[in-house]
Write a protein that binds this ligand. Structure first.
Ligand SMILES: NC(=O)c1ccc[n+]([C@@H]2O[C@H](COP(=O)([O-])OP(=O)(O)OC[C@H]3O[C@@H](n4cnc5c(N)ncnc54)[C@H](O)[C@@H]3O)[C@@H](O)[C@H]2O)c1
Length: 284
């Protein structure tokens, strides 16, 4: 694991940068909003609830990220207020709602479809936020960067089943987009995977009966570092009790390489796509 040290000076380049944050009205999102404002950034928050603070460099657009129309309006609002979108923090999320073991029945005794809300918010909403971020950033000479909120449950067994599925999907989103963005497009994508953090989603009074939590302000520092450090692309910063490590490039991908060896599925796919294009079998 590569330990990561984060210093206040690391955030200097975020001054005057325009940042869109989903789920910025509580917990990790709100702490990131405060850190960015303290460092001179211009922030647009999209959340179902209003943030509990006001600031001349903060705008709020009521947004349910499960709605494409509302997400689009958030980005339009950021662009019209700030003229650009330099960084996006796709962070909004909710806790698990179904394990797929529950059995609910309709009036005829037929098993009802399981609740899909966690997938719609934590995965589809996150992916759609990335799509909008890319749409705006690819049209800017200076590009931009995206940080997504994965989780320590992105790479472990965890019995909140829908939540774990979605957070594995968020790591998949980073892994899928990484080869398509920088350097072909001037856009970086990275993620955070916090362990237990005292927020609305993980209330301190319950969690601390078992394990010490970290504050959302700690996690916010990993978000700001990933935005500010132009060398980081495709990384995942794990944070636990105030300590940070980069785990994707240092642990998770090397573990996958021990399985696949020299066969890179992405390299094979790239060659197959190129060969098909040479034969005129695809539009590219
Ligand atoms: N707290 C933890 O221990 C922990 C650990 C790993 C990952 N996370 C992730 O961190 C992210 C932030 O959660 P948090 O812990 O700060 O919880 P939180 O409940 O304090 O904050 C979540 C924010 O997202 C907003 N939100 C929820 N649904 C939304 C929607 N449909 N559209 C727009 N906004 C919506 C909420 O209003 C709230 O402001 C989530 O993605 C969560 O899964 C949290």
């Amino acid at each position: 694991m590569t330990e990561v040290q984060i210093e206040d000076e690391d955030f200097a380049s975020l001054r005057n940068q325009a940042v869109v944050i989903t789920g910025g009205s509580s917990g990790i999102g709100l702490a990131t909003v405060k850190l960015l404002l303290d460092n001179g950034a211009l922030v647009a928050v999209g959340d179902v609830n209003e943030p509990p603070l006001q600031h001349p460099n903060l705008i709020f657009q009521k947004t349910n990220i499960a709605s494409w129309g509302e997400l689009s309006a958030l980005f339009k609002s950021a662009k019209s207020n700030y003229g650009r979108v330099d960084h996006v923090f796709a962070n909004a999320g909710i806790s698990g709602r179904t394990t797929y073991l529950e059995e609910n029945f309709d009036a005829n005794g037929e098993l009802l479809e399981p609740d899909d809300l966690v997938n719609q918010i934590n995965l589809k909403g996150c992916a759609n936020t990335c799509a909008l971020a890319i749409h705006y950033m690819r049209r800017q000479e200076t590009g931009g960067s995206i940080v997504v909120t994965a989780s320590a449950s992105s790479f472990q067994r965890f019995r909140l089943v829908d939540y774990t599925m979605a957070k594995h999907g968020v790591l998949g989103l980073i892994r899928g987009l990484q080869p398509l963005l920088h350097p072909q497009l001037p856009i970086r994508i990275n993620g955070i995977s916090p362990s237990w953090t005292a927020t609305g989603l993980a209330p301190k009074e319950f969690i601390e009966m078992v394990i010490p939590t970290q504050t959302p302000a700690v996690v916010a520092r990993s978000v700001a570092l990933l935005m500010a450090d132009e060398m980081r692309h495709g990384q995942l910063i794990y944070s636990v009790q105030g300590k940070f490590s980069e785990i994707e490039e240092s642990v998770l991908l090397p573990a996958a390489k021990t399985i696949v060896g020299d066969i890179s599925e992405d390299l094979v796919l790239t060659k197959v796509q190129a060969a098909a294009a040479n034969l005129g079998l695809t539009k590219n």
